[in-house]
Design a protein around this ligand. Sequence first.
Ligand SMILES: NC(=O)C1=CN([C@@H]2O[C@H](COP(=O)(O)OP(=O)(O)OC[C@H]3O[C@@H](n4cnc5c(N)ncnc54)[C@H](O)[C@@H]3O)[C@@H](O)[C@H]2O)C=CC1
Ligand SMILES: CC(C)CC(=O)C(=O)O
Ligand SMILES: [Mg+2]
Length: 355
Amino acid sequence: MNTYKIAVLPGDGIGPEITDEVVKILKRTSEKFAFGIELNYGRIGGAAIDAVGIPLEEETIALCQKSDAIFLGAVGHHKYNDLPLSIRPETGLLQIRKALGVFANIRPGMILTPLKSYSPLKSEIIGEKLDVCIVRELTGGIYFGEHRMAEDEKSAYDKMMYSEAEIERIAHTAFKIAMQRDKRLTSVDKANVLASSRLWRKTVEMVAKQYPEVKLDHLYVDNAAMQLVINPRQFDVILTSNMFGDILSDEMSVITGSIGVLASASLDADQKGLYEPIHGSAPDIAGMGIANPIASILSIAMMMRFTFNRSDVADAVENAVDVVLGEGYRTKDICKEGDRLITTSEMGNRICDAI
Ligand SMILES: NC(=O)C1=CN([C@@H]2O[C@H](COP(=O)(O)OP(=O)(O)OC[C@H]3O[C@@H](n4cnc5c(N)ncnc54)[C@H](O)[C@@H]3O)[C@@H](O)[C@H]2O)C=CC1
Ligand SMILES: CC(C)CC(=O)C(=O)O
Ligand SMILES: [Mg+2]
């Protein structure tokens, strides 16, 4: 029997609540599909700051490195806002991504069928189906450049830098994904203003020569943000840098109904991955039992598909989510009149039962 070694990093805010539901799903799938799981917990973000004064310990990095895959809830809370950048919870997240080399962040922007009417966009804009895949570069760019505040605190800068090699590898990831989909790729940059974006565009065009079947186009990020709302179906795969992908994927989450349902996989060159919902720690709803665990549960489906090659398990989890939503059960973020409002934990239980 295969045993999957999974590191579990709950983090802060709603992180521990949604992680509890993920663990239920892992246990249920391991019983149903007869594989072993070894879960090992680690600290990150505020949880690590409270315990040891820094947001990411060597011990957590080592735990992740010796695991087959990692699930991460979310990090951050305003109580850490006054800490220096270098020891904020979010820095722990950036550090673990870098330490694991998970440069390719795949964020599917899909409308789950039972949630079609939850999109704020008109039904004729959404059409029959919306399925966009955002491929975001995750370990470079402005989040990893030097951040400096002048001594008088009257000026500050953040350096945005990309190397050709960094752009090349994420472009290959995006083209390969496009080849398995509708073979359309939109690269999003700000090449009319930024030097790093000019290099981005040039490199993407160079990589494109190896994928002649893929239709490539380019958009500036401001226009891309607008086009996503005007006509999201024009997109198949969107390839973009770290910060632009961060912003566009939150926009995408609104189009698909709620940030509580969008999953993500962050992969290294060997498909080893860190799996996390796209949302943050949502301190405004932490501890209330109302957080939507679906984004995290669907991240486990991605883990099964990408790291463990278990499409059967991934399909079962995705299908169970569809069944429960199809029955009208909703957490607060996606609950309208006539729906059956349930808690975070009830949602996890129902999805488990439907697997
Ligand atoms: N991957 C991560 O760990 C991320 C961490 N953050 C951190 O999280 C903290 C809060 O950041 P925000 O900007 O408020 O973004 P956020 O994504 O945590 O929350 C934005 C809004 O969405 C709601 N929301 C988020 N997840 C939800 C869920 N599963 N179910 C229902 N509603 C949900 C929240 O209640 C809030 O109203 C900050 O410290 C931020 O730095 C933000 C984004 C990603
Ligand atoms: C710390 C942030 C870069 C996290 C975030 O917003 C994200 O990865 O979506
Ligand atoms: Mg984000």
